[in-house]
Ligand binder design. Structure first.
Ligand code: FES
Length: 104
């Protein structure tokens, strides 16, 4: 009978500690996921923005425009050649998107 009584005394504490532990675990897990570069393509560009979008009017393009697709350019969204060092370091094979007018 004493055992049943003591379980009743500790049960709210055990439940509370378990709930707080799960909440802390989930918070840290989510934070770790956000701070980690693992699985992300974009590591530096506008990280406080929920989505990075650039829009250009075709009429404003010069004869040729070179856009980054590796997300390593310091001049993003334009290519600055950083894809070369990225490819060497990782074995990747990414390169820019080049848009040019006919005749170039
Ligand atoms: S720097 Fe990213 S594609 Fe060239």
């Amino acid at each position: 009978m004493d055992n049943v009584k003591s379980v009743g005394v500790y049960l709210p504490w055990v439940t509370t500690v378990a709930a707080v532990s799960v909440a802390i675990y989930l918070t840290l897990k989510q934070r770790g996921r956000r701070d980690s570069d693992e699985g992300t393509v974009n590591r530096t560009v506008q990280k406080d923005n929920p989505k990075v979008v650039h829009t250009f009017d075709i009429e404003d393009l010069d004869k040729k425009a070179v856009y980054c697709r590796c997300w390593r350019s310091k001049k993003f969204p334009y290519c600055d050649g950083s894809h070369n060092s990225h490819n060497e370091a990782t074995g990747d094979n990414v390169g820019p998107l080049i848009i040019q007018r006919r005749g170039n």
